[in-house]
Ligand binder design. Structure first.
Ligand code: M6R
Length: 364
């Protein structure tokens, strides 16, 4: 069933363009986003005062990205919590609030408990779920499915990408209804979104290059992933992907936080993966690259096509194709998924079933 691939994870990475396309295309019309499952009138969308996104693991990194996207594009305040914190922290529920639960399996115990808590307080809930008919899909007031198809590998890849796509659509819908996007801006976002699947596919061409690079780090003791804004969310996901399947310790840091402690861990040759796709933050992230380089780090940078100047400061550069600043996670994550994959393969580990982990965490 691996369709000729050595592991489900690689097969599922190759299914990402389709997962994103299938999630987007039924909902993206010429001049609007139509999400019937949302079950909200334009009036109700306009009255949303606050959004809480609740999820676990990779799905919470989608939530982090969505916070940046929704706040900037639709100007609605967004909080993001991991479900195991949210449910015990006595969240403040308000009128006209929306709780969004993101879950591939739809069975994650803490996410389900958070959903029930919100419902018990009379708050409207929306599930972004991959498995049709799962508990979260059944219990949420409304459910917007990600159409990634069955995901077998414990490390999520295509479901993650489909979740991002769903959140972009939601953000565009909210922004449009609330009058935050001009027709031109909407048209540009729409065309960037439509291009994403092909752009993801084009990144698979780097597979061999990334495998070669990964092979240099099979014995690494630890690594760092840094970035700002959406790039920080990408760093979080890149780091999780690596550690869950390669068992190499890694940490993701908001780049500006480095000098508040972590930079003392940088030694000669420590690998720092620096994500710099956000144009506004680019010069700031470059300063952080210089800081870690000065302390001996080896820097692998991920940035947008055209930023060849980064080669002055980074040791190894991966370029991603041009897209909207809101959507770069969908492209930058592909090389990072491949990197984690090849480190795991190179170390001879059980890529699809890493030790101590389960595909769906149904215990609290
Ligand atoms: O099924 P869910 O999306 O609710 O699962 C959430 C996490 O357990 C999951 O994303 C986990 O972090 C992945 N193994 C990461 O690759």
């Amino acid at each position: 069933e691996k369709g000729g691939y050595e592991h489900f994870m690689l097969k599922e990475i190759y299914e990402e363009p389709k997962a994103v396309r299938d999630t987007i295309s039924p909902r993206l019309k010429d001049d609007d986003v139509v999400i019937e499952e949302l079950g909200m009138t334009d009036e109700e969308i306009r009255s949303i005062r606050k959004i809480d996104i609740v999820a676990c693991g990779s799905a919470s990194h989608v939530g982090m990205t969505a916070k940046y996207v929704i706040e900037s594009m639709a100007r609605i305040p967004v909080e993001v919590d991991v479900a195991s914190e949210f449910r015990y922290r006595e969240p403040i529920y308000e009128d006209n609030m929306l709780v969004i639960i993101i879950s591939q399996s739809g069975e994650t115990a803490d996410s389900l408990a958070a959903l029930r808590d919100a419902k018990n307080h009379g708050v409207r809930t929306l599930g972004i779920v991959n498995v049709v008919g799962s508990s979260i899909a059944r219990e949420a007031d409304n459910v917007m499915y990600t159409w990634a198809g069955p995901e077998i590998s414990v490390a999520t890849t295509k479901a993650y990408s489909a979740q991002l796509a769903a959140m972009y659509l939601l953000s565009m819908k909210f922004a449009k209804v609330r009058g935050m996007l001009t027709d031109e801006e909407f048209a540009q976002l729409r065309s960037d979104l439509i291009q994403l699947p092909d752009q993801i596919e084009s990144l698979f061409g780097m597979k061999e290059k990334i495998q070669k690079f990964a092979n240099r780090y099979l014995a690494a003791g630890h690594m760092f992933f840094i970035g700002r804004g959406i790039d920080y969310a990408i760093a979080m996901e890149g780091s999780l992907k690596l550690k869950e399947i390669s068992y190499i310790h890694s940490e993701a840091y908001a780049a500006g936080e480095l000098k508040h402690g972590t930079i003392s861990l940088i030694e000669d040759g420590t690998l720092v993966v620096a994500v710099a796709t956000q144009e506004k933050l680019y010069p700031k992230t470059i300063s952080n690259i210089v800081e870690v380089k000065t302390r001996g780090a080896f820097v692998m940078a991920l940035t947008n096509l055209g930023h060849t100047d980064i080669e002055k400061n980074a040791d190894y550069v991966i370029y991603i194709p041009k897209t909207s600043q809101y959507f770069t996670n969908s492209l930058a994550i592909i090389p990072l998924q491949l990197f984690g994959y090849y480190v795991s393969v190179g170390r001879g580990l059980d890529v699809d079933k890493p030790r101590n982990l389960a595909k769906s965490v149904t215990v609290e």
